[in-house]
Design a protein around this ligand. Structure first.
Ligand code: DGY
Length: 439
């Protein structure tokens, strides 16, 4: 059974791999290009059975890196008319340091590459070969972190901001609803493509897309200049998932530079960032009343007090002390852990904004579960980690390798519980990882 799932997952990754351009699409139709954080997770999956493809994934992603270290959220290596908004909308070359090799977006996504490289190192047997590869790429990832700390941290707190919900990865989370209340975008005339692939009840609304497009238009007016975006964007958020991933990647870069040797000054710099980031993450993003980390609205200077799966990502990055970790896991189990729910819904199932079918407003996502699984194990919550893993494998076994899953344990066996794209690469990649590393 287990082997059959792994084989199916491998064949999904292989068929989503685009040999000519050297990258893997998240899935056919809905996401026909290279996505930043998808690529990091995909590389981890490939590392278990085809390390050359894993390396290629990373190399191709870094081809899109800008002259200032920025790594974009989508790389449009190929033409496709199945996705909106495409390269002609984003116009990345408005920025004077944008990649000249490939059209991209002008926004980024959670920084996965640091910890993905470390995973590659750990998974692969031929340490010499993988270290040689890592040594050839790691400085680019360091430059990316430097970009974040120099350009996305206006208050010098070690907490970087995102200026668009698509940068968070949790695209239409209810977290953003209050921010949408603070401004009114025009109504754009555009043709959605996502809802030709996926039932619209599982995707954001047209009105939500107006907000998404408007934020891009504003950034374009400033030629994607970070300083001007920080001064003007109505969406400016310190996100606990994004920052936890940066912190986890800092830690990975420190470990890898230590293994490589001769990189003391980079290790010093990373350690300074790391200390500041962790301290302020704990003091600024922790909400005592909720017992969880929350988002901080930097534009309107206030916490956004909702619990989502992003609230727990800090476990993966070794951020909370043991006491805080206990509080956090208690919050997780009280709100998300009922027996009628699969772990872990993307948004608080006890809240009236929860919707178990709609994109990031409730469903379970495999990449968040993967992070939480290793985070829980790290803090020795072994029983909960075990349940989380069993739930993750159960969802994929029951419904297939979907993009996201209904968090409710549905009664009727014919009820469809897998949503969004099918044959989804990171769902496949991370199931391979979790099942292969299984003890
Ligand atoms: C989409 O188009 O929904 C993507 O998630 C944006 O990154």
């Amino acid at each position: 059974m287990k082997q059959a799932i792994i084989e199916q997952a491998k064949s999904i990754l292989n068929s989503n791999f685009k040999k000519e351009q050297g990258f893997t699409i998240p899935c056919e139709g809905l996401y026909p290009f290279q996505w930043n954080w998808d690529s990091g997770f995909i590389a981890i999956g490939f590392a278990h059975f085809d390390i050359e493809k894993a390396k290629q994934e990373v190399i191709t992603l870094l081809k899109g890196q800008w002259g200032n270290g920025f790594i974009p959220h989508i790389l449009f290596h190929n033409d496709s008319d199945t996705y909106f908004p495409g390269p002609e909308f984003h116009q990345s070359k408005l920025h004077h340091l944008a990649s000249q090799q490939v059209n991209t977006t002008g926004m980024t996504q959670p920084p996965v590459l640091g910890f993905a490289l470390k995973e590659l190192y750990e998974i692969v047997d031929d340490k010499q070969d993988i270290l040689h590869f890592i040594s050839s790429q790691i400085d680019k990832v360091f430059e990316n972190h430097k970009y974040f700390y120099n350009n996305r941290d206006p208050k010098n707190e070690g907490l970087v901001y995102i200026y668009h919900n698509w940068e968070s990865g949790t695209d239409n989370s209810p977290i953003w609803d209050d921010i949408w209340e603070t401004f009114t975008p025009p109504q754009y005339d555009f043709e959605r493509r996502d809802t030709t692939h996926v039932d619209s009840s599982q995707r954001p609304t047209n009105r939500e897309y107006d907000y998404y497009l408007y934020l891009i238009e504003l950034a374009k007016q400033h030629h994607y200049n970070d300083k001007k975006i920080a001064e003007t964007s109505p969406f400016l958020v310190q996100d606990p998932l994004f920052n936890a991933m940066l912190i986890k990647s800092n830690e990975a870069l420190i470990d890898l530079y230590t293994i490589i040797g001769d990189n003391t000054s980079k290790i010093d710099t990373l350690s300074k960032w790391q200390k500041k980031s962790k301290t302020n993450f704990n003091s600024k993003l922790f909400n005592k009343e909720l017992g969880a980390y929350v988002h901080y609205d930097l534009r309107n200077e206030k916490q956004i007090p909702f619990v989502s799966s992003s609230s727990f990502a800090a476990l993966y990055a070794n951020i909370p002390n043991p006491e805080q970790a206990k509080t956090l896991v208690n919050t997780m189990m009280t709100k998300f852990g009922n027996d009628d729910q699969y772990l872990c819904a993307s948004f608080d199932p006890t809240h009236d904004r929860f919707n178990p079918r709609k994109y990031w407003r409730g469903p379970v996502w495999i990449n968040l579960n993967w992070m939480l699984y290793y985070g829980l194990k790290h803090y020795n919550f072994n029983d909960i980690a075990k349940r989380l893993k069993e739930d993750t494998v159960a969802l994929v076994t029951k419904y297939g390798f979907y993009e996201y899953f209904d968090s409710r344990k549905l009664e009727r066996p014919d009820e469809k519980g897998g949503y969004g794209g099918n044959n989804f690469s990171w769902s496949a990649a991370l199931i391979i990882d979790i099942l292969t590393k299984e003890k």
